[in-house]
Each structure stands twice: as structure tokens, then as C-alpha cells.
Design a protein around this ligand. Structure first.
Ligand code: DGL
Length: 294
């Protein structure tokens, strides 16, 4: 039995490719269809209703292309819109917050986890809730790091300017309150003694080398990609949706933004390139009018 149709993936931009990469490692025979809404990235600084609207437009486009399941490979969309998206489509839909939270709870020894994410994800406290449900004794220090997504979208993944931005962004979690931006709201005091840093945005694993260099070997740097790939494998099995094919899967990438820029980042992740990249026009992206605050 099984189902040969592709699995759909969605992110505001290139970040979800970090999840796609792990899924292809784990499920190499599956066909995939990835949609990056690069034209309107970043989602993180936008109000919730806009994130919901954009997410629906993207998932409508994937559903129209007859995918068998969807991975919302965007923490911001998962945090803000997942329950609503699950109600809207008669498809299994997997988010990235729960798998990431589980991975972080398994990693921490001191029971203190730092989570860096977009402002919308932090505002939702989705990670605090998910970690708390896994283990209520784990302290969670959520921190918004809005400087990082634009760097990744611009293909800036290393170098002194990137290191400086990461240092500034992590300063509150690393106990250096001097550089903390007082406009951020923290659920806990700043001088956390975290031993695990959860990258709560799918763009951030593209910076993980630089982040690891800054936090040092004493802090485990975790992301949701591997755990999401495992959760997806289970989901396909439970629903009998795994592909019956055995040849390597076919992959199609869609972007609302610039195809060449998207290709530049995707080839960093997938050495030989992954597959065709096609432009896609969504309702509002067509006119470039979003009313967003980004
Ligand atoms: N990669 C997304 C996330 O995981 C969104 C980043 C953004 O668009 O702000 O949150």
C-alpha cells in the first residue's frame, strides 16, 4: 500500500530547508515539495493575524498540488497558526515546536534550557508550554533574536559581522546583561545558567557553526530538524502514507522570492543542488503588498 504523493514543506524562507535536509536523510525515497515565502520573510516581527493569513496562503498552494502531508517547517507559523491549520486541511500536519522541545528536554542535564526564536514565537510562549508539558521541572528562558533571520536570508552565515550579531543576540542568555535589549520581555531573570540552547527558528541551524563557536563546548546546541524527521517518519507509518517507491525521491522547490538567491542558499545545504526551483505567486505576494511591519 502506501502513498507515492509528495510531502509538502513550508517556511517563510530558506530556514525550512534545514528540516527538509534531515527528512531527505531519514526518508530518501520520499518525493518532496518545498515552498519558501521569501518575498514576505521575515514572519517573526509580524502580528499574529498576518502570520496566520500568509501561512494559509502557503498551505493552500501546497494542498492544491496534492501533497499527502505537510510539515510546517517554520516555528513562527507553528507557534501561531498550527491548531488553525490542522482544522483547515484534511491532511496530517506536523509542526516543529513539539519535536524541538522534546529534543531539548532530552539534552539538558541542569534542567535549564535557553530558547532563541523570532519575536512572534517568543510572544506565543509555545516553547515554554511544550517543554513544560514534557517536564515541568525544566526552566525555560525564551529570548527573541530578530537580527538573525535577515542575515540568513541574505546568505550571510559567517564572518565578523555575523559573530557580532550572534554575540549581541545571545548576550542576555549568556548572562551578559550589559548588552541586553530592554525592550524584550523575559519570563525569567536574565542570568540563566543554561546548558542547552534550542534553536527555535529553522533559519538558525544555518548559523549553528558560528553559534557553537560563541556558546562554547559546555552548551549543547539543539535544533528541531532531526526530531521533526523522526516524528514525520512515525506519522507516515501510522497513516500508512510512506511511499512504496524505492528509488531516490524527486524534489521541487517553490519560492515567492528571487530564484537565484534561493538557489545560492539551497546549494550550501545540498551540495549538488536538490532539484528544480520554480517561482510561485501567491495572492498577496503578487502585488508585494503585505501591510507587514517587517
Ligand atoms: N524560519 C522561521 C521560523 O522557524 C521564520 C523566520 C521568520 O520568517 O522570521 O520561525
Amino acid at each position: 500500500m502506501g502513498d507515492p504523493r509528495p510531502i509538502g514543506f513550508f517556511d517563510s524562507g530558506v530556514g525550512g530547508l534545514t528540516v527538509l535536509r534531515e527528512v531527505i536523510r531519514r526518508l530518501p525515497a520520499e518525493d518532496t515539495l518545498y515552498l519558501g515565502d521569501n518575498e514576505r520573510t521575515p514572519y517573526g516581527p509580524r502580528p499574529d493575524d498576518e502570520v496566520v493569513r500568509f501561512s494559509i496562503e502557503c498551505l493552500d498552494a501546497l494542498a492544491e498540488r496534492d501533497v499527502k502531508a505537510i510539515v510546517v517547517a517554520c516555528n513562527t507559523s507553528t507557534a501561531v497558526a498550527l491548531p488553525l491549520l490542522r482544522r483547515r486541511y484534511a491532511l496530517p500536519i506536523l509542526g516543529v515546536v513539539r519535536p524541538g522541545a522534546t529534543a531539548a528536554v532530552l539534552a539538558t542535564r541542569t534542567r535549564a534550557v535557553g530558547v532563541i526564536a523570532t519575536p512572534a514565537t517568543v510572544r506565543s510562549h509555545a516553547y515554554f508550554e511544550a517543554i513544560n508539558e514534557e517536564d515541568p521541572f525544566v526552566e525555560v528562558f525564551e529570548h527573541a533574536t530578530p537580527e538573525l533571520v535577515p542575515l540568513v536570508e541574505a546568505g550571510k552565515l559567517q564572518g565578523p559581522a555575523v559573530d557580532a550579531a550572534i554575540r549581541r543576540s545571545l548576550a542576555p542568555l549568556l548572562g551578559d546583561a550589559v548588552q541586553a535589549d530592554p525592550s524584550f520581555v523575559f519570563p525569567k531573570p536574565l542570568d540563566a545558567r543554561i546548558d542547552t540552547l534550542l534553536l527555535g527558528c529553522t533559519h538558525y541551524p544555518l548559523l549553528s557553526e558560528a553559534i557553537r563557536g560563541i556558546v562554547g563546548p559546555g552548551t549543547a546546541v539543539i535544533d528541531s530538524a532531526t526530531a521533526t524527521a523522526s516524528a514525520l517518519a512515525s506519522l507516515l507509518e501510522v497513516h500508512d502514507l510512506g511511499t512504496p517507491d524505492t528509488a531516490p525521491g524527486q524534489h521541487l522547490l517553490l519560492t515567492t522570492g528571487d530564484v537565484a538567491a534561493f538557489e545560492a542558499t539551497s546549494t550550501r545545504l545540498f551540495d549538488a543542488g536538490l532539484g528544480e526551483i520554480e517561482p510561485i505567486v501567491l495572492g498577496r505576494a503578487a502585488g508585494g503588498v503585505t501591510g507587514g511591519s517587517a
